[in-house]
Design a binder for this molecule. Sequence first.
Ligand SMILES: *Cc1c(COP(=O)(O)O)cnc(C)c1O
Length: 401
Amino acid sequence: MTKIPFLDLVTPHIELQMEVLDLTRRVLTTAGFVGGPLVEEFEAAFAAFCGTRFCVGVGSGTDALRFALLAAGVGAGEAVVTVPNTFIATTEAISQAGATPEFVDVDERTCNMSVAKLEEFLETRCVRDPATGALHSRRTGKKVTAVLPVHLYGQMAEMDPILKLAEGHNLIVIEDACQAHGAEYLSKRLGRWCKAGSMGRAAAFSFYPGKNLGACGEAGAVTTNDEALARQVRMLRDHGQAKKYHHQIEGFNGRLDALQAGILSIKLKHLTGWNAQRRQAAFRYTQLFSDHSANVVLPYEASWSKAAYHLYVIRHHDRDELRNALAQQGIDTGIHYPIPLHLQQAYSSAGYKPGDFPICESIAGEIVSLPMFPTLSVEQQKRVVEQIAFYAVKHSEAMAL
Ligand SMILES: *Cc1c(COP(=O)(O)O)cnc(C)c1O
């Protein structure tokens, strides 16, 4: 029995080995290890890819989120609205910027921020200060200043209505695009397809190795069309200095190193092709599932979305047993994410309880991420789907007994 990995990080790097080795020699001989021309080249190329004026390379996706929030002016005593079914980096960044996360539930089909729930939060779970006109969360009293939608699994959140609601309430929108490099959204307002990272005031990307565009280590970036915000992120990543040893503010050590930037430039040239392969693999899964009655809920892609399929996530009511059955057949799967953030121990002092975000909670118990990477083969996908269908039949027979 050959194993089917969840993710193949080896093959693409073997294919690019020579280019990466040449780059490594270039970096070693110039000893320009942090910042410099390789970082600037990558920043320009990634801004062009996203369709934004600026890109600032930073140390990780978490840095990117934190710096984007801080540079947009989010800070102490404020609240940022996001979703509970994301990686904890989203809310860590909010807290580390000095603000407090406020959650809204997600859409059952896309698993992304529900526009209806965002509207409900702003209209019924907040009060307006009559003196200042500012919006305050009833739960915490904090002033709501930003919305942070997450483009989960590589599919963009419903940006038009989110931006409209935010505008109406004077809120900043920062995109968590850490899973969505190259994803697109058909904006009715703008009358065109827009890339992830180009629609909010700023956006955060992660280049953690397993992402659609991944470094060989830690890396991230902020994209924006706002020149002042880009300048602020450049200072934040480098100890608050625009000029060496002239510190305008206290910042962080959150720079992108040259080797990672060079590797990202090499890999960026393949990203469109890799994303196309991911989309093809996703359609193939969907097609293969339609030939079987596997009793699963498949990912939903709306007509306004071109997802980058960072993950292919299905739902099954007996998820844990299904995962065990697949593991016994050598098929690796994942769960993104098993415990919603509002129920994590880290947020126990916030006073949330089960039932607060019921859609997110029910999804968390049923989701399973199937193997997904550009070189996933038809044979591998057939085996995955056949095993799931076989499990479903056995399972329903067992239930009938
Ligand atoms: C990966 C990820 C992050 C964090 O990125 P790092 O580079 O690991 O810091 C943040 N948000 C989401 C949704 C992610 O998937």
